[in-house]
Design a binder for this molecule. Structure first.
Ligand code: ZN
Length: 323
């Protein structure tokens, strides 16, 4: 292989996903290493760089063929200085990750929040390909968000922009959120939130599919709620409506402010597919300005687990362009 490569690094709580991509964003090599969270995660980047340098040898390429690396991590990040302010899951606090990895790999490194990079990945090679204005929302255990405006990730004044999951969605009697507030979008639109709504709904109205699942397994998952709704179960449908009503409301208001071309829905919950999009669309159209409702495309994310590494490489490519 004589090409030049961008390195994409997506740090998660259990594994770090790694990839070498060409400058067009095509993955040429992809692998994972375990996330070693011992001693506040101090070995994670050393493991990552060791693994990258081993891969270089294994592929018979040279270090000079690596152009730049992008790193995505969960948590709050000072993007300008490449410092992780706090990533609770990994044990990182005030960690100068960019400086360390630049020394280890001897190439330019850029760091960003994983949800922002998922947005970048979907913009570059996924469901929002080519969109200069895009919203990405990841419905997983929590709700992550990324905003791309005018082709760039919006970071805001202190790097906190794009926290779509913590937009206040439920005004009255909202459930407590991990961030310390009540009624955030995350409490009703994450997999965890939908499961909670499902459990509450079936406890209020013990009948139908969710009652059967609860009796059998003692618990309700977001997938159970969507399975039930797709099969016409009344209680399940009411939960999907409640959740997507909040999500559509928040996305419509964001769209009213930002006028995105595309809204990309990712994460585990997005496996519900076009069924989910139809419900979001119904609520979105009620709250969006008619022209925005008409102009905005809502799509399921396409890159799945590769969104992070592709987005990281996209950012690395941009950084390299500025050097
Ligand atoms: Zn919150």
């Amino acid at each position: 292989m004589n090409n030049k490569f961008l390195v994409g690094i997506d740090v998660g709580g259990t594994t770090v996903k790694l990839a070498f991509l060409d400058e067009e964003g095509v993955i040429k090599e992809k692998w994972e290493v375990e996330t070693n969270r011992k001693e506040q995660g101090k070995y994670i980047m050393r493991d990552v760089s060791d693994s990258i340098l081993q891969k270089v040898i294994q592929l018979g390429i040279s270090n000079e063929q690596l152009l730049a690396a992008g790193v995505g991590a969960p948590g709050f990040i000072d993007v300008q200085n490449g410092v992780i302010i706090e990533a609770v899951n990994l044990g990182w606090k005030n960690y100068a990750i960019q400086e360390e990895l630049e020394q280890l790999l001897n190439i330019p490194v850029v760091v960003d929040n994983d949800a922002n990079l998922a947005a970048g990945g979907e913009k570059w090679k996924g469901a929002g390909e080519g969109a200069e204005n895009l919203l990405a929302v990841t419905l997983g255990t929590g709700v992550g968000g990324g905003i791309i405006a005018g082709g760039e990730i919006i970071h805001g004044d202190s790097g906190m922009a794009g926290e779509i999951g913590h937009i206040a969605a439920v005004k009255e009697q909202g459930a407590p959120c991990n961030c310390g507030k009540f009624g955030c979008l995350e409490t009703v639109a994450s997999a965890t939130g939908i499961a909670r709504l499902g459990l509450e709904a079936v406890q209020r109205k013990p009948e139908g599919y969710l009652k059967k699942i609860l009796d059998e397994s003692g618990t309700i998952s977001a997938k159970d709620v969507f399975d039930g709704a797709k099969n016409g179960d009344v209680v399940s449908i009411s939960v999907v409506k409640e959740s997507t009503d909040h999500l559509g409301f928040v996305l419509a208001n964001l769209a009213n402010a930002l006028n995105p071309e595309t809204i990309v829905i990712g994460g585990g919950v997005s496996k519900a597919g076009s069924f989910l999009v139809d419900y979001i669309r119904e609520a979105f159209n009620r709250f969006a300005i008619p022209k925005i409702a008409k102009d905005t495309t809502i799509r399921i994310a396409e890159l799945e687990n590769d969104a992070g590494v592709i987005g990281a490489a996209w950012l690395a490519k941009q950084k390299r362009t500025f050097l």
